[in-house]
Write a protein that binds this ligand. Structure first.
Ligand code: ADP
Ligand code: ASP
Ligand code: MG
Length: 406
């Protein structure tokens, strides 16, 4: 008997008809002799709707309150799913994050799972029940509800699979697996049969929202066998696994885009030791993750421009902090560009090939796309560009690295 964790995303549980159809898949997996734990997202659009309500009342609502609000979407679907499974004649029980003991830190709206007390889930399984867990949420040491960041139900599923030492974690979504790039942007994007944890981690953190970045970190750390597949058909999906020899040969395996970033520039910062530490310590102190940083040497040798990117959700907070720091440092001021996007190429084989980054820059240049910031690692190259060129950049890069056919 295998233990399988199945996670169903928003589109897969968008209405009661879809919930019944998912329940049939769950029951059929159980009837094949497996133990099944189900993790569900909120119905498609529900989380956005809740955020919109809060913003109608206040521009920067309190994050603790946001977490209680947002966690309600997943609670609705977990209860409806348990009812649907029961209707099909199987025992089932729904659980909130708190009820299954998903313990997180206290960083509201982007909490990290610290551990899972899986006793209650094990008990339900031993009693022959199909547990249905509300994804995306946990509780902190003060018993306050937390959420794991947008797309976080994937992480709930993988963390539960790791805690229960499940044989498999299946992520059911609205595409047939992980593709060379977003199949909604590039029609001839190719479905990958397998992808390494490392590449998937990069793709996810660079904007391929098919998997939540932290879910891949968990899968890699605890060696959870992970499959991404469609809840709309029986196609086999994509396996996320450890690197193997065949994979090392692939130079570029995917293109990702992220429109969820903004660029903030502090102008005319004094060019002295310790200034960068001062700026970024303040930002880190507000629980904001900075992605790219570029320091421009200006013609005036005593001052420099410092640009960095943060996620859109953190932009207002980061901008306020940048303004405070700018005033204190007597810098020339701060500006924020919200119309930027980050496009990236990813591949484990890049480390042993020359000219990959140059080819990316040339390709963007040929289309007249200006590169505002660059960052590289052994397995990725990212460029920040004007958001209006995102789709074009993804298409030409997918093309020039021959991803449709490789
Ligand atoms: P769910 O609600 O099931 O969690 P998401 O919307 O979070 O689904 O993620 C699935 C979406 O991810 C797809 O509809 C697709 O548009 C997008 N996506 C972006 N990059 C990729 C990629 N490389 N492969 C597959 N899907 C991708
Ligand atoms: N409902 C949450 C979101 O929309 C979490 C998830 O779907 O994974 O971000
Ligand atoms: Mg998702």
């Amino acid at each position: 008997m295998a233990l399988i964790v199945q996670k169903y995303g928003g589109t897969s549980v968008a209405n009661t008809e879809r919930i019944m159809s998912v329940a049939e898949r769950v029951v059929s997996t159980a009837k094949q002799g497996n133990q099944v734990v189900v993790v569900v997202s909120a119905m498609a659009g529900e989380t956005d709707k809740l955020i919109k309500f809060a913003h109608e009342i206040m521009e920067m609502p309190d994050e603790r309150e946001m977490d209680l609000l947002l966690s309600s979407g997943e609670r609705v679907t977990s209860a409806l799913m348990a009812i649907a499974v029961q209707k099909l004649g199987c025992k089932s029980m729904s659980f909130t994050g708190r009820q299954v003991g998903i313990i997180t830190d206290s960083s509201h709206t982007k909490a990290m799972i610290e551990h899972i007390e899986a006793g209650r889930l094990r008990l339900a399984l031993d009693e022959g029940k199909i547990p249905v867990v509300a994804g995306f949420q946990g509780i902190d040491e003060f018993s306050d509800v937390t959420t794991l960041g947008r797309g976080g139900s994937d992480t709930t599923a993988v963390a539960i699979a790791a805690a229960l030492k499940a044989d498999l974690c299946e992520i059911y979504t609205d595409v047939e697996g992980v593709y060379t790039t977003d199949p909604r942007i590039v029609k001839d994007a190719r479905k990958l049969e397998k992808i390494t944890y490392e590449e998937m981690l990069e793709m996810a953190s660079l904007g391929a929202k098919v998997l939540h970045g932290r879910s891949v970190e968990f899968a890699k750390k605890y060696n959870v066998p992970l499959v991404v597949r469609s809840s709309f058909n029986d196609a086999p999906g994509t396996l996320v696994i450890k690197e193997d020899q065949y994979m090392e040969k692939i130079v570029v395996s995917g293109v990702a885009a992220d429109k969820n970033q903004v660029r903030i520039t502090i102008m005319g910062v004094p060019d002295n030791p310790g200034i960068a530490a001062r700026i970024f310590n303040q930002i880190a102190g507000a629980n904001i993750v900075v992605d790219m940083i570029v320091q421009n040497i200006s013609s005036d040798t005593k001052a420099t421009d410092m640009s960095f990117t943060v996620s859109r959700a953190d932009s207002k907070k980061a901008f306020e902090i940048a303004k405070e720091v700018s005033d204190k440092l007597e810098a020339k001021g701060v500006n924020m560009n919200t119309d930027v996007a980050k496009v990236s190429i990813v591949g484990v084989g890049m480390v042993s090939h020359f000219g990959v980054a140059a080819k990316m820059f040339e390709t963007l240049a040929r289309e007249g796309i200006n590169i505002m910031m660059i960052s590289t690692s052994e397995i990725k190259v990212s460029c920040v560009i004007d958001a209006k060129y995102t789709e074009l950049a993804v298409r030409v890069l997918h093309d020039v690295f021959n991803l449709a056919n490789s």
